[in-house]
Design a protein around this ligand. Structure first.
Ligand SMILES: C[S@@+](CC[C@H](N)C(=O)[O-])C[C@H]1O[C@@H](n2cnc3c(N)ncnc32)[C@H](O)[C@@H]1O
Length: 346
């Protein structure tokens, strides 16, 4: 007998399907900077937000969006139609130390378009970036400076907990030069150099992102900035010399052949018997149905890139193919179910 207040399967499935609307609504109000406006002005009606916004907004539509988001716990709502921040929308503001504003915005923009091709990705096994955006995602970023910056900001905004995890679990005190491969705006390299005053850092990313990384570095302490070298280049050609390599959310973007090439490039340029530290998901083995955001992130890698998330066995295979072994795997409590995977030379 069904419990009177239990949700039937079709209700549960519809809740899941409507997750797409939830995602789009959260992304949309964040792209319109509504949480930032509430942080700046305090609780407001939709009409007051319209007056205070630099964007042109429709008060009626905004009120409906805020009401729906309030029902999800994102805003407080009074009988007078005054909406305020809650802990959930606080992290959608620019000012929050744990802000996910940048990445929440991306979900409703180009990523939303690419996910429109999800069924085709399953039919073909191929990324849908070209079908939906006209070119592969990194080419699209290179051709669209606003997308490139938005992507860099998204990665930075999703890095808070994984960076804290890396600092808590990995010791860099014996290292001289850490190379942050495909390090985006350089947020991880900066965090490491802030913690270790004698460490030098090299930030490698595509030549188009290097000027954005430089602008980001200009905002950090000079004592850190002077120890970071920014290199614009292609990590599949070669990587700069260093005794520790860090790759955060990089391996999952690529197929096995590219990953092995990349790990081999690290081994070839490595000074001494260093480490290659990947910060990426490790999927549970097949048959383990544990819910983890990494299984959904794996679908994003399928639909948007030519990459995938990997099990421990698959990670071991990649490192072994590049003459390395995994020394440790440390799961972190971050947004994407990430682990720290430390590899050393065999
Ligand atoms: C998922 S983001 C990760 C950024 C950063 N590591 C982080 O976690 O915040 C992937 C990065 O790879 C960079 N990238 C893509 N292709 C590259 C290549 N061939 N050589 C160097 N960097 C590349 C992109 O520009 C982007 O910054």
């Amino acid at each position: 007998m069904e419990e009177p207040d239990s949700i039937p399967p079709e209700g549960i499935v519809m809740q899941m399907v409507m997750g797409a609307w939830v995602s789009s609504a959260i992304s949309g109000i964040t792209r319109l900077h509504i949480p930032d406006l509430l942080a700046e002005h305090g609780p407001c009606t939709a009409a007051q937000l319209v007056e205070r916004s630099a964007a042109k907004l429709d008060a009626g539509a905004l009120e409906r969006a805020l009401r729906a988001c309030a029902s999800l716990g994102l805003f407080s709502e009074s009988a007078e139609g005054v909406f305020g921040l809650t802990p959930l929308s606080e992290v959608l503001t620019r000012r929050s130390p744990a802000s996910v504003k940048g990445i929440a915005e991306m979900f409703g923009a180009s990523w939303w378009k690419v996910w429109g091709g999800f069924a085709e990705a399953v039919e073909t096994g191929a990324s849908q970036a070209t079908a939906q955006l006209g070119m592969e995602y990194w080419e699209y970023c290179n051709a669209n400076p606003a997308e490139l910056l938005a992507f860099g900001e998204a990665m930075k905004s999703n890095s808070h907990r994984s960076t804290l995890g890396l600092l808590a679990h990995c010791d860099f005190s014996g290292a001289q030069t850490v190379v942050d491969i495909a390090g985006g705006l350089g947020h991880l390299a900066v965090a490491l150099l802030e913690r270790y005053p004698n460490l030098r850092g090299v930030l490698l990313d595509l030549p188009t992102i290097a000027p954005l990384a430089k602008r980001h570095l200009d905002t950090v302490d000079a004592g850190v900035r002077e120890r970071v070298e920014i290199c614009g280049g292609d990590m599949f050609e070669s990587v700069p010399p260093g005794d520790v390599y860090v790759m955060k959310h990089i391996i999952h973007d690529w197929d096995d052949a590219r990953c092995i090439k990349l790990l081999n490039n690290c081994r070839a340029s490595m000074i001494g018997s260093g480490r290659v530290i990947c910060v990426d998901a490790v999927l549970p083995a097949m048959g383990d149905t544990t819910a983890t955001p990494a299984k959904l992130l794996d679908l994003n890698m399928l639909v948007s890139f030519q990459g995938k998330e990997r099990t421990r066995t698959q990670w071991e295979g990649l490192y072994a193919a590049a003459g390395m072994k995994i020394e440790s795997v440390t799961p972190l409590q971050d947004n994407f179910g990430t682990s720290i995977i430390v590899g050393t030379l065999v």
